[in-house]
Structures are given as structure tokens and as C-alpha cells.
Design a protein around this ligand. Structure first.
Ligand SMILES: *Cc1c(COP(=O)(O)O)cnc(C)c1O
Length: 473
């Protein structure tokens, strides 16, 4: 394992923020790490992992519940009593129906950004009033469906607002409606995830000439526009910059309400984006630290005049998932040991293609699923795909992995194994949730079965095998 205090999110924020650690159930992740070890051993003992099933993904149900409760408690602590607060999980972070259902049971709704994500949220039973639709490319049919269901919609741009105008004129909807703005507060350390840059594709760019006045007019002309939305970015954005984005959004809402002469905007959607610490076990920054920073920076947002919507994704799930892969072969090249495993680009596309931005911690287990002991050895952990860059980790120090051992890629509960990349026709691995009873007994439940080779063949056009050769002008 690498040293603990360095932070891999590139925000420059200190990881071990003592003040922010006290309000979490398991801030240093000791309980989580112990459950993880029990789960890997039990997965091997119970045959979820073996020579024939060399790859699985595991989700820590207790950890997910604790994060959801921590999120709710953090905002409860800073909002005026009775303030309506909806925490809408960004479905894109873990598009798995049982996960959405688990979060729903913990009082968390859904933020969706495509017809598929909306269908997943509905399959999980998430209520329309707990669902928010944001996406930069909503079709007319999507908008019509959302308004018919009463789902909250944030319009991304003037053309989308025109479509909503037409739908509202045809049949009024109880959907809470708002506009997404881009406060243009700047980017973070990962360009691809920075949504508040000057030229971001999302929302109405507030600092552009005439844009602010256009937004204000849009509200004054439409009494049914009651929300304002901004999401300033994901992993790699410093908390201070996120808070600045929220602060600018709040100031705009105040200006609009002032011009309207009433509390027309009654709810502010502050987006998600809390960064995750991928460098060590600790959960940091915490929801508590962020909520406190917001309440200090933007006190008016929490005095009871505004309802709140949040849209956290990665921070709810990342630390509660792992991919466990069998070491098929252990070899050496140019003096460096290389463990060739079954987890690579298909389950960790971001890490494989952008290893500097997305380093992963690897934990080593022996063939019986017990944590490996022994001196740390610098080694590569490779995946099964046929290109040289298919590496889960490069030059990581851990006990030497041998054939038949297991390598676990940690903190992969969001944007990893649920985001399969079909390179080399590698199948989607099974996802199992687990709970432990504290005495070593582990119970698993299927979240998603593994994709079969037959399914891959069928999805790859096998039923249409003859169509091209039969095609004639
Ligand atoms: C991706 C996204 C989120 C969630 O971001 P995380 O970094 O996973 O918390 C929230 N809101 C919107 C609009 C998004 O695009």
C-alpha cells in the first residue's frame, strides 16, 4: 500500500481533515477494510471466485448504508428545521437497480440523465417526486415523459426551455422546473470532469455577454420556473471551488427573487461532485466538512427560505465497491514482476486510459482469499486485454502476487465495474452485494449476474449473421 496522507484527487485538499472526520461512522475506514477482507475470503470459500470464475465485483451493503446516512445527517445538521432536502443519487455513478433500491431505502432519490437511467430509477421504485432529470441532450419525447410523470427537470439551454414552454402550454405539469447555469468558476485537475469552465458544454454560461440577464428574464416571464441548478464538476475539483459555484448560484437566485418581488425560486439544486480519496482508506473529504463549508460560505442558502437538492454520485459508492481478479499468470519482464489478472480495461477504463488521473489501490490476497503478507515488491498488475496499456496498476508496492492469488482493485464502487467497456468481447462480471455479521460469516446477494458468452454472441449480431452477405443493391 502507498503512504496514507497523499491525496489522489488532485484537489490539493488535505486528506486527513481531523475536523471533518469526527461526524462519520467509520472515517478511517477500518471497519470497511475488515469487512472487505472477510468478503474476499468468503467469496473464495463460497465459490464466487475460482479458476473458472476469475473475476467478480463486490459491494459492501453496510458501507453504502453508512454513506447514505452520513450524507443525510451532514445536511440535516446545517439546514433550518423543516427545510425540504432531496438527495438525488447520480445514477450514472452506479447504474444498478438493486443499488438504487438500497439507496431509496436509505431515503435517497435519483438524478437521471438519459431514458435508460430514468428507466432504472423507475425499476427501483424511486418515486417521481424524488427523481431529477438533467442531461444536455434531452429529446422532446424525454421531456414529455418527464413532465407527464411529474419528475423535476432542469433545462440546459434556451432551445430546451422553448420545448418545455410548448409542452407546458399544451398541458401544465406538476414537475418542478428549473434552469441549469454554469457559474464558470473554473476547472479542476481533471479537464474531462470540469463542468464549470468558461467553455463547458453544460448549462447557460452565466458570465457570457447577456446571459445573466437572459436567465433572469426567463424566470420573470415564467412563474412556473421555481428551481435553479448548477453542478460545477466531479473528481478533481477543490471544495473551495465547489462552494464558490454554489455561492454564485445562490446569488443569482437572490437576484431573480428580488426582481420578481417574491420567493419565485424556492429550491436550489447544488449538484454533486464531492471528490473521493483514492489514495488511502479514509473517507475524505466528508459530507460533514462540505456541508459545513457551504453553510459558512453561503449561510442564506440554509436559513429555511430555500429547499435543497443534491446530486452526489461517486462519493456515495466509490469506497464500497471492489473488483477481485484471479492472477492467471505471474511473470517478469525487464526485471519487473507482472501479475496478469482478469481485471483490466473492461472494468477500469478510466484508470487504463488515464492512469495519472485515476490511480487505483490494489490489495493482494492469496489463493484462499486471505490478505497476503510479505515484503512489498514493486510490480505491475495487468489486465487480460490485448494491448500494452491494459494495466490496473503500474509500479505499485505490494506483496508479490503469484499464480492463483487474487488482486483486488479498491474504491471501484462508482464509475468502474458498472461501466463495462466491451474490449476483446470480455464479459461483464457478476456483481454481488455482501453483509458480514462480525464473526466472519458473510452473506452474498446477486446484484447483477455475469454476462454469458452466449449473450455476447447474441448481442454482437449473431441473429443477423447473414444480413451482410445477403445484402444486394
Ligand atoms: C455526474 C453528475 C453528478 C454526479 O457527480 P459525482 O462526481 O459522481 O458526485 C451530479 N450532477 C450532474 C448534473 C452530473 O452530471
Amino acid at each position: 500500500m502507498r503512504a496514507n496522507m497523499e491525496n489522489a484527487d488532485g484537489t490539493g485538499d488535505v486528506v486527513a481533515d481531523e475536523a471533518g472526520l469526527t461526524d462519520e461512522v467509520d472515517p478511517r475506514g477500518a471497519g470497511r477494510a475488515a469487512r472487505r477482507d472477510e468478503a474476499v475470503r468468503a467469496a473464495v470459500e463460497q465459490g464466487l471466485l475460482d479458476a473458472d470464475v476469475p473475476l467478480v465485483a463486490l459491494l459492501d451493503v453496510q458501507g453504502i448504508r453508512e454513506s447514505a446516512a452520513g450524507l443525510r445527517a451532514a445536511f440535516d445538521a446545517v439546514t433550518a428545521p423543516g427545510t425540504p432536502v432531496l438527495h438525488a443519487f447520480a445514477v450514472k455513478a452506479s447504474p444498478l437497480v438493486p443499488v438504487l433500491r438500497l439507496l431509496r431505502a436509505e431515503g435517497i432519490g435519483a438524478e437521471v440523465a438519459s431514458p435508460g437511467e430514468l428507466a432504472l430509477a423507475r425499476a427501483a421504485g424511486v418515486e417521481p417526486e424524488h427523481t431529477v432529470l438533467d442531461s444536455p441532450a434531452k429529446t422532446l419525447a424525454e421531456l414529455r415523459e418527464a413532465l407527464a410523470l411529474g419528475i423535476a427537470v432542469n433545462a440546459d439551454n434556451p432551445q430546451e426551455l422553448e420545448r418545455i414552454d410548448a409542452l407546458m402550454a399544451a398541458s401544465p405539469s406538476r414537475s418542478p422546473l428549473g434552469i441549469r447555469v454554469n457559474p464558470q468558476v473554473g476547472g479542476g485537475s481533471i479537464e474531462a470532469l470540469s463542468t464549470a469552465t468558461a467553455t463547458s458544454k453544460f448549462g447557460v454560461a452565466l458570465r457570457d455577454e447577456g446571459a445573466r440577464e437572459w436567465v433572469i428574464r426567463a424566470y420573470l416571464d415564467r412563474p412556473w420556473l421555481t428551481r435553479l441548478h448548477a453542478h460545477s464538476g466531479s473528481q478533481g475539483i477543490a471544495l473551495s471551488m465547489m462552494a464558490r459555484g454554489v455561492s454564485e448560484t445562490y446569488a443569482l437566485a437572490e437576484e431573480i427573487n428580488g426582481r420578481a418581488g417574491r420567493q419565485q425560486i424556492d429550491t436550489i439544486d447544488i449538484g454533486g461532485g464531492l471528490p473521493v480519496n483514492f489514495a488511502s482508506e479514509a473517507s475524505s473529504p466528508t459530507y460533514g466538512a462540505y456541508a459545513r463549508l457551504l453553510s459558512e460560505t453561503v449561510p442564506g442558502l440554509f436559513d429555511g427560505r430555500y429547499g435543497l437538492v443534491t446530486e452526489f454520485g461517486r462519493s456515495l459508492l466509490a469506497k464500497h465497491g471492489m473488483v477481485v481478479a484471479r492472477v492467471e499468470y505471474a511473470k517478469s519482464a525487464g526485471g519487473r514482476p507482472v501479475a496478469v489478472t482478469h481485471a483490466g480495461v473492461q472494468v477500469a477504463a478510466r484508470t487504463v486510459y488515464a492512469p495519472q488521473s485515476w490511480p487505483l489501490r490494489i490489495a493482494a490476497y492469496d489463493a484462499k482469499g486471505r490478505p497476503k503478507e510479505g515484503p512489498a515488491v514493486v510490480q505491475d498488475v495487468a489486465g487480460p486485454a490485448c494491448f500494452a496499456g491494459d494495466l490496473l496498476a503500474q509500479g505499485q508496492e505490494l506483496p508479490l502476487l503469484r499464480q492463483g492469488d487474487y488482486a483486488a482493485a479498491l474504491d471501484t464502487g462508482a464509475y468502474y465495474f458498472a461501466h463495462h467497456y466491451a474490449y476483446n468481447s470480455l464479459p461483464r462480471p457478476a456483481v454481488h452485494g455482501f453483509v458480514t455479521d462480525g464473526t466472519g460469516a458473510v452473506t452474498f446477494a446477486t446484484v447483477r449476474p455475469a454476462q454469458t458468452i452466449e449473450e455476447i454472441v447474441a448481442e454482437s449480431g449473431a441473429p443477423h449473421a447473414h444480413t451482410l452477405t445477403d445484402l444486394t443493391p
